[in-house]
Design a protein around this ligand. Structure first.
Ligand code: AMP
Length: 398
């Protein structure tokens, strides 16, 4: 249950609201925005604040300028796009906190919007410096965090600032948290987790916690080969994290104790070289030879996984089933994405590459919730909250 203050719990009329958003938009070499999805997703919170008569001071990071002012990472194009989307002026003076910013804020009227320059131009942001957090806080009366994608990071604009201002979350963060809570708290059963991608390394705590709420876990992608190794199978030259084989075995044992079934691929599309045009054949798990590289799950596995997907009532998906960036090896990920999209279950996708796959196959509209934060969503599902969320004021019980 979400017990944090939301933007609707506070009276924002006439107040200066510091709104932390994730406008870390993709850009091409010329600096043009290639997808404004992250800006569009933020419009409900911004429009609400406009309607309520707040003075809106928006702040975000963009890329990795590493504490230096770098024109390549300016938020100016974002200010332009936001202006177009809102059909309203957006003040932008290319600074974070300086006398000019303060003057602009002093003259703001209800419903006015100011976008600060890239927070990461200041070293204090990522270092969670108290001085920088205090400076940011001095601009506003209320802090609203709507940047789900960075809520797992303790930065000045996510955690530091909450020490100096009353705080709440915006609509986007509220939507994200509610979606994930649907998965972990009294979910419709059976709950199926689909895990793929390259590394177990980053997902050990996640998998451990998934065993607390999922009934079945199906595994694909490179990750499957570390699990198959743990079971003693030869997997040729497939991508195995040798130092994680023991942990994979432990996870399999814990799953058995908890009565959670973990399914691993029974057949594979294998190649002899890791390239987009490599010749490939389909082999069962037992038939791996020295030079074989598992690039995708095979047709029998796809069939079995699809049948599990059709039986599930709640599905969580993170990570592709194969090297889906190469057309020859996209079939497993594509078919699983289609099955998830067309299932009757509540479907929750943990951002990152799975979100990219859904976008690639034009299936986004069929999914109940696609997270805007890959890293943050996985961290949240580890079960210990998020530093940025934990820092927000609790709801006041009346
Ligand atoms: P992750 O960031 O851990 O979700 O990993 C995503 C990456 O895993 C994608 O770039 C995929 O190409 C890669 N991947 C998926 N399956 C395999 C595989 N069988 N071998 C190597 N890489 C893979």
């Amino acid at each position: 249950m979400l017990n944090k203050q939301t933007i609707k719990d506070l009276d924002v009329k006439g107040k200066r609201v510091l709104l932390r958003v994730d406008f870390n938009v993709p850009q091409n070499e010329k600096g043009n925005i290639t997808s404004d999805k992250r800006i569009v997703e933020e419009l409900p919170t911004i429009n609400y604040l406009i309607e309520q008569g707040a003075k809106i001071i928006i702040c975000s990071h963009l890329g990795r300028p590493e504490g230096r002012e770098d024109p390549k990472y300016t938020l100016k194009p974002v200010a332009e796009r936001l202006k177009k989307l809102l059909k309203k002026p957006v003040l932008f003076n290319g600074k974070i906190v300086d006398p000019e910013t303060k003057k602009l804020i002093k003259n703001m009227e209800e419903g006015d919007i100011l976008l600060l320059e890239n927070l990461r131009f200041d070293k204090g942001e990522e270092a969670n410096s108290k001085t920088f957090a205090k400076k940011l806080a001095s601009l506003a009366d209320i802090f609203c965090d709507d940047a789900f994608g960075v809520m797992h990071r303790a930065h000045a604009s996510t955690v530091g600032v909450t020490e100096f201002l009353p705080s709440c979350i915006g609509f986007l963060v509220e939507k994200e948290i509610k979606a994930f809570d649907k998965l972990t708290t009294k979910p419709k059963k059976p709950v199926l987790a689909i895990l793929g991608g390259a590394k177990i390394k980053d997902k050990i705590n996640l998998i451990n916690n998934i065993l607390n709420f999922a009934n079945k876990v199906i595994i694909g992608g490179a990750m499957a080969y570390t699990f198959l190794s743990a079971l003693g199978y030869e997997v040729g030259k497939s991508s195995v994290e040798e130092d994680k084989v023991a942990i994979a075995k432990m996870i399999l044992d814990i799953a058995e104790e908890k009565n959670v079934k973990i399914l691993l691929p029974q057949d594979h599309v294998v190649a002899q070289e890791f390239t987009f045009m490599a010749d490939s054949i389909i082999i069962p798990t037992k038939a791996f030879k020295g030079g074989d590289i598992g690039m995708d799950i095979g047709p029998r596995t796809i069939k079995q996984y699809k049948s599990e997907i059709s039986r599930a009532r709640t599905i969580f998906w993170n990570g592709p089933m194969g090297v889906f960036e190469f057309k020859k090896f996209e079939k497993g990920t594509k078919e699983i994405a289609e099955a998830v999209a067309h299932s009757r279950a509540i479907t929750i996708v943990g951002g990152g590459d799975s979100a990219a796959a859904l976008n690639k196959f034009d299936l986004e509209k069929y999914i109940t919730h696609i997270s805007t934060g890959g890293g943050a969503s996985l961290k949240y599902l580890e079960g210990h909250g998020l530093v940025g969320l934990n820092a927000i004021n609790d709801k006041i019980e009346v």
